[in-house]
Design a protein around this ligand. Structure first.
Ligand SMILES: Cc1cc2nc3c(=O)[nH]c(=O)nc-3n(C[C@H](O)[C@H](O)[C@H](O)COP(=O)(O)OP(=O)(O)OC[C@H]3O[C@@H](n4cnc5c(N)ncnc54)[C@H](O)[C@@H]3O)c2cc1C
Length: 456
């Protein structure tokens, strides 16, 4: 058996493990860091990400957390000549409600004390200064939120939207990045700072003077000793916690997406990431509806479905592809290597997305052959907040439960994890994102009572 000693062992080479390694390895303390994974870096959940980012959340802690992450991504973009392909066309949240009071209340709550100053309303007759997202450049994009209720602006700037849409909230500090590019940037820097990737699965962890990790790669075994262990194993953070004799309050929920070539050019290339906030019943023909309703296994497809179906152009202004997703599954499952992709999902998500963008009906029953259908697990706590910080065992840390926001929050997660490990000053919101929040009963009660948990 081979043996290695490092200062810090990070379990998992997804975007979260890489971000932790990056911020740990780049510290002045110059620790020896190793990332352990049986798979190539960035190839599991991180490869399935929609790669969108936003600072729109129902709670100011999550707003502050993702703002912090966006600051860090912007710093990397500046340093690397935008190696991570960061854009900022925003999120367009559409609803048919003309007076979406609850939504506006949540918007104010999410942006906290300085929220009101960030929100601009555009109604018919108001002197409007609305700037559409014509440019993808994040540096010139506005901040804050535009609440658009002027029909002329809606029809001019969101021409593909359903005419019944009465309000669009355009979140401006939002867009997309290339997660793979961000991962490759970090990996290069980690290696330049003497960091290594060890191929293999952590199958055992014991603790005497320091941690001892048994790493299996086929018949090969490596024993890795380390002073610090970071559990960044994505859907397997619960399993790694078990190896440490602990348990984490997380479940895994499978979610799917499709991407296809928009050969009819339905979705304008300058459209923001667009979300239909309203629930719906999927647009089946009477005949299809009768068949689906007649089978107990498919009846749910004829019943009320939740909102939050989303769609955006993929591949830049000259590209043709679009990405469509709908995280309607809420049933936890045990992650399987063979992903449980539902062959009916592409048609389901297409029908759902056609409610906001009716032009997509052109693809009913004839989705282009150039289509990719993929998925992965949202590893989540009940309140949909991440777990970043110390575990019970001294020297062990967790960086996970990043649900559907791990790409956008990876930088903040890595930076917070490094500060926890080094005992450095943490931002005010950091404790609430660690396991310590479960001791704060009023916070937990309010989080679990809230209907909107920011799942997208
Ligand atoms: C369909 C979908 C769409 C999404 N869209 C977005 C989006 O638009 N924006 C966004 O910000 N986020 C999005 N996400 C979420 C984001 O992709 C995840 O939160 C993020 O990728 C999680 O990264 P990770 O590093 O924690 O996990 P992973 O990428 O899963 O990495 C974990 C790694 O740990 C390794 N591992 C597991 N067990 C062991 C072990 N025993 N020993 C060693 N290694 C181990 C695995 O092999 C894996 O490589 C989406 C997710 C899905 C599924």
């Amino acid at each position: 058996m081979k043996s290695r000693h490092v200062d810090i062992a990070i379990v998992g080479a997804g975007i979260v493990g890489l971000a932790c390694a990056y911020y740990l390895a780049l510290s002045k303390r110059a620790p020896k860091v190793a990332i352990i994974d049986p798979l190539p870096p960035m190839s599991l959940t991180s490869a399935a990400s929609g790669e969108n980012y936003r600072n729109w959340w129902p709670h100011p802690v999550m707003t502050a957390f993702t703002d912090f992450s966006t600051d860090l991504m912007e710093a990397i973009s500046n340093e690397s000549d935008n190696w991570l392909h960061m854009t900022r066309r925003g999120y367009a949240l559409a609803t048919r409600q003309a007076d979406p009071d609850d939504l506006l209340r949540q918007l104010h709550e999410g942006y906290g004390a300085d929220g009101a100053g960030k929100i601009r309303t555009h109604r018919k007759g108001s002197t409007s200064s609305y700037q559409p997202a014509t440019s993808a450049d994040w540096q010139s994009a506005p901040d804050g939120v535009d609440v658009i209720q002027d029909r002329d602006i809606l029809e001019r700037c969101f021409p593909s939207f359903d005419r019944d849409v009465a309000t669009v909230l355009h979140i401006r500090r939002a867009g997309d990045i290339s997660g793979q590019q961000l991962g490759s940037f970090m990996l290069e820097r980690i290696r330049a700072n003497d960091g290594t990737v060890i191929r293999g699965r952590v199958v055992e962890v014991s603790r005497a003077q320091n941690f001892k990790l048994a790493v299996a790669d086929g018949n090969d075994r490596t024993s890795v000793t380390a002073d610090v262990v970071v559990n960044a194993a994505g859907p397997s953070i619960g399993n790694i916690a078990e190896l440490l004799g602990e348990s984490l309050p997380v479940v895994n929920v499978f979610q799917q997406k499709i991407a296809f070539e928009d050969v009819h050019g339905v979705i304008g290339r300058q459209m923001p990431f667009s979300i239909d906030l309203d629930g719906q019943k999927i647009d089946w023909t009477a005949e299809e509806r009768a068949v689906l309703a007649g089978d107990p296994a498919s009846r749910w497809l004829t019943e009320a479905m939740p909102g939050s179906i989303h769609c955006r152009p993929e591949g830049g202004d000259r590209g043709k592809w679009i990405k469509v997703g709908w995280a309607f599954n809420t049933t936890p499952s045990v992650p399987a290597a063979d992903l449980p992709l539902d062959p009916n999902f592409p048609e389901i998500v297409l029908r759902g997305a056609s409610r906001l963008n009716p032009g997509l009906k052109a693809y009913y029953d004839r989705l282009p052959s150039r289509l990719s259908h993929y998925g992965g697990y949202y590893t989540m706590t009940r309140e949909n907040w991440p777990l970043i910080g110390p575990m019970k065992m001294d020297g062990a840390y967790v960086a996970g439960a990043l649900s559907g926001f791990g790409t956008m929050a990876a930088c903040a997660t890595g930076a917070l994890c490094a500060r926890w490990v080094y005992g450095e000053a943490l931002p005010e919101f950091a404790r609430s994102l660690s396991l310590a929040r479960y001791d704060d009963k009023p916070l937990m009660q309010s989080l679990l009572a809230g209907g909107n948990k920011g799942v997208l």
